[in-house]
Design a protein around this ligand. Sequence first.
Ligand SMILES: N[C@@H](CCSC[C@H]1O[C@@H](n2cnc3c(=O)[nH]cnc32)[C@H](O)[C@@H]1O)C(=O)O
Ligand SMILES: [Zn+2]
Length: 433
Amino acid sequence: MSSKITIIKNGHFLVPGSDKPVLSGYMTLENDLITYIGEAEPAVEDGAQVVDGSRLLFMPGLVNTHGHTAMSLLRGYGDDMVLQTWLQEKMWPMEEKFTGDDVYWGTSLSVLEMLKGGTTTFLDMYDHMDRVAEVTEQSGIRAVLMRGVIGLCPEEVQQSKLAEAIAFARNWHGKADGRITTMLSPHAPYTCPPEFFMKFVQAAHDLDLPMHTHMSETRHEVEQNVADYGLRPVAHLEKLGMFTRPSLIAHGVHLNDEEIGILARHNVGVSHNPGSNLKLASGVARVPELLRAGVKVSLGTDSAASNNNLDMFEEMRLAALIHKGVSGDPTAVPAPEALLMATEYGAQSIFLSGVGRLAAGMKADFIALDIDQPHMLPHTDLLSHAVYSASAKDVEHVWVNGQQVVKHGQCLTLDEEAIRRKAQETFESLLKR
Ligand SMILES: N[C@@H](CCSC[C@H]1O[C@@H](n2cnc3c(=O)[nH]cnc32)[C@H](O)[C@@H]1O)C(=O)O
Ligand SMILES: [Zn+2]
């Protein structure tokens, strides 16, 4: 098969953390990989597709490291309540009715929103995961998928959920041209009893897979964990062996210094979800302290039912702003760090190598923003604009694994009209069931 070669000319490219964080020049792609990025014009081969990059800002695709995509169907269905009430009174009763088809359409809605908004990789912890994998295959997006498991049920049900999680992780790891990888994810220490949680740890060892869970999201959770097990959640999960596996925890809002030390020592990543944490009044995670301790902090939206959108630009901006406000230090989480959290650190924290940065040899997962709009001018510092001024609506083009999936704001891989109609119909039918 002949190679597909693309050259982007006269663009601006974001390379946070490098000597030239805003580079003006050229980028070339060959099939699924970036083969060159630099100021000098590379030789163009015959038959290469040429993209005019002027008026566009190219940056790595955003990596959303925590979410429950099908819950977009419940966007706006439970606002202004704390986590436990929101879960028990609003989310769980509705989710109990979700069929595979519902998850298919809810996930399609989310993936459409994410791709159009510049997210090229997402993590999903949910149910009916075969259908989530199906949407991932069709849409061209990259995903780290796992069957989330709540263990507040009889032992036989626990066992069958665990078996399902294992089968899913085994079947789909490396599928869709390598765009899908898998992990194992007990939902949370407060929904999975210790012996059950440990079965996931054992399975993760057997399958050599990383682990993911919700942890230390609310003060109530921490107090309850101490009351039930005599330990705060971090020490509890350490004791259950989770951190003997490569791990990522979602939220980590309520952590003391000792716990931050434990996470750093075991190289455990934290998916920071500022929008969801603010909306559910869970609190503000100690991100500057986590970063200072060397913990890999990435960004996630959580579901659209607690956010209420999947705009990773908003998450990046929130992360860059709230920690300044809370600490009184304007240098807390500066723009390049927020951008790294949304890209390179994100990829690393979900164990994807070769994703998250514009560099030769990396996967061609990148996006282009329209920088000709009033809120993106003048071009003082385009990296600053990407973090402090931009939003999902500015995304003009998106490539994943070398394939263009969004062109001039239109998704090329999904049937947008069908998704719009089905999302509305599905929500209405859920209300009647
Ligand atoms: N229904 C599954 C479990 C699904 S895992 C994903 C779960 O996470 C829940 N969820 C969504 N956001 C949050 C959050 O911020 N904290 C804790 N749980 C959440 C969501 O309602 C969903 O039930 C079972 O059979 O065991
Ligand atoms: Zn969650």
